[in-house]
Write a protein that binds this ligand. Structure first.
Ligand code: NAP
Length: 326
């Protein structure tokens, strides 16, 4: 346990943006716990990153029931940090979690049934040691459950006080509009849509999902803004020790290919001309759009969080820069 004193200057350099038309503001940079907060990490390592984030004004912490490994571990680790060092700061934090990816065996451990979502959130609250989360997301659409069932289950969880706001994740634009309309009928505060968005993958999100969320009064939270680290140009000379790829994550193969690594080399040059690192330019680029409420980064060490938050010093791009990055 650390004798933690939060920085008094923590709110000075962060930008806070509203989730669409709601009253909820999120830090423009959020910290995600998908990787690097598994059971094998020490409490110290996890605490130091959470504390570094909070001291920089990050109030938005993004989890899901299945983050680990093993699934559940990230919530347990974060719950320990909350319980030990952050008790005094609960009301300064937005804790988001999700259910809808495979979590336990059998027909109720996955997707979007009422049965799954209720048990999923209850389990998350136990691991997080919380009475409620600030945002509860349905993690992905379920093709086999009626949308009404999923939305009513989310509404009931808000009604029971277990979640303050609802979020949806990875919904196609049309389904997103239908889901938000159902929630609005029940007067449920659905405030954000979460999507993958970065310099390497943006066309569909820009054409469809960001406008759909905005049109429905929601903010957009983006994930993998650094393409899992590839946009930092750290893979230019191969796979560095201690990187996500070196640790054997199966997910990074999405970006660990020649085109992406070549793009990151070019990004390094363009970023340098802006006085930024490639990570900062990649992050600034997703946040240049005010409809993006928050970009959720991952971080394996505190220095990465400090570097990334500095991106907020320059979110403006001129036309020539946008063309060069496109
Ligand atoms: N809704 C969904 O389905 C969904 C899906 C995926 C993610 N998410 C959320 O989004 C969050 C972020 O996703 P992500 O981890 O893919 O984000 P990301 O920010 O694109 O990648 C993060 C990784 O890049 C590396 N990195 C970050 N800053 C760096 C810097 N300045 N210099 C060098 N390397 C740096 C670190 O990995 P190494 O140092 O280990 O290389 C870090 O873990 C997740 O934690 C999760 O909360 C949601």
């Amino acid at each position: 346990m650390h004798d933690y004193q939060a920085s008094e200057a923590r709110y000075e350099n962060m930008l806070y943006r509203k989730c669409g038309k709601s009253g909820l503001k999120l830090s423009a940079v959020g910290l995600g716990l998908w990787h690097g907060f598994g059971a094998e990490e020490t409490h110290d390592d996890c605490f130091l990153r959470v504390a570094a984030a909070f001291d920089l004004g990050i109030t938005h912490f993004d989890l899901a029931d299945n983050y680990g490994p093993p699934p559940g571990a990230a919530e347990t680790v974060f719950g320990t940090v909350l319980g030990r060092e952050f008790k005094a700061h609960r009301d300064e934090l937005v804790v988001a979690t999700k259910a809808g990816h495979a979590m336990w065996p059998g027909p109720y451990g996955d997707w979007g049934s009422r049965k799954h979502l209720r048990a999923g959130l209850d389990q998350s609250l136990t691991r997080l040691r919380l009475d409620y989360v600030d945002i509860f997301y349905h993690h992905r659409p379920d093709p086999d459950t009626p949308l009404e069932e999923t939305m009513c289950a989310l509404a009931d969880l808000v009604d029971q006080g277990k979640a303050l706001y609802i979020g949806l994740s990875k919904y196609p634009a049309k389904l997103l509009r239908q889901a938000v309309a159902l929630l609005a009928e029940m007067r449920v505060p659905c405030v954000v849509h979460q999507v993958r968005y970065n310099l390497l993958e943006h066309d569909e999100v820009e054409a469809e999902q960001i406008p759909a969320a905005d049109g429905a009064g929601l903010g957009t939270v983006v994930f993998s803004p650094l393409a899992q680290g590839v946009l930092t140009n750290k893979y230019a000379e191969g796979v560095p020790e201690d990187s996500r790829a070196a640790k054997g994550s199966p997910f990074i193969s999405r970006y660990l290919h020649d085109d992406a690594v070549t793009y990151a080399r070019r990004l390094q040059v363009l970023a340098q001309a802006r006085g930024q690192t490639p990570a900062q330019t990649a992050l600034a680029w997703v946040l240049r759009d005010p409809r993006v409420t928050s970009a959720v980064i991952g971080a394996s060490r505190p220095a990465q969080i400090r570097e990334n938050v500095e991106a907020l010093q320059n979110l403006a791009f001129d036309a020539a820069e946008l063309t060069a990055l496109g």
